[in-house]
Design a protein around this ligand. Structure first.
Ligand code: URA
Length: 209
């Protein structure tokens, strides 16, 4: 699959396995998701441009490299995206944040938008869309469709787990959007859950259900 980055670092894989466990508590699930998001951000931001600035060390003046974190927007697909967002913000604290509220129609499994709030000047920004589960891909496609209307510089999609069906749907609709994930699982079940998966990510993050 082109334009799909499976982050196979041992720390990422180890933490993902702990999150899959049925008996992982809400507390440890949320903590592990935050840690995974931090680790994944390292790969997701690898190609961000750097600029030179002057910096005065205790000994002399030199040149250092910095990235412009404020040009980045993390767009969280509510509500489960929030669990990834916190970890990413802890390593890129200057990033701006947008939210898209989408719910999945239980009958058609299509995405219905109920909330959309973005920072200004989106044409100058690089967007990272976050949602822990790329299942049918319908929400991801709807989010990217909507964000492309704003004309951003670039869009990436970050999830924790993907189903092959979701990867195919997103890639077919938006082949220019790279997908970053910790794993691609076997398949979707008839309710749109990823198998073997980790269950309902939102419920596990927030302790609902
Ligand atoms: N959303 C989830 O939270 N879990 C899945 O398995 C699929 C979609």
């Amino acid at each position: 699959m082109s334009n799909v980055h499976v982050i196979d670092h041992p720390l990422v894989q180890h933490k993902l396995t702990l999150m899959r466990r049925r008996d992982a508590s809400t507390n440890s699930f949320r903590r592990l998701l935050g840690e995974l998001a931090m680790l994944m951000t390292y790969e997701v931001t690898r190609d961000l441009p750097l600029q030179d600035i002057e910096v005065e060390t205790p000994l002399e003046l030199t040149t250092g490299k910095v990235m412009d974190g404020k040009k980045l927007v993390f767009v969280s697909i509510l509500r489960a995206g929030t669990g990834i967002l916190d970890g990413m913000l802890s390593v890129v604290p200057g990033a701006r944040v947008g939210h898209i509220g989408l719910y999945r129609d239980p009958k058609t499994l299509t995405a219905v938008e109920y909330y959309f709030k973005m920072p200004g000047e989106m044409q100058e920004r690089d967007i990272v869309v976050v949602d822990p589960m790329l299942a049918t891909g319908n929400s991801a496609v709807a989010a990217v469709d909507r964000l492309k209307e704003l004309g951003p510089k670039s869009i990436k999609f970050v999830c924790l787990l993907a189903a092959p069906e979701g990867v195919a749907t997103l890639q077919q609709a938006h082949p220019d959007v790279p997908i970053y994930t910790a794993a691609i699982d076997r398949e979707l079940d008839s309710h749109g859950y990823i198998l073997p998966g980790l269950g309902d990510a939102g419920d596990r993050i927030f302790g609902t259900q």
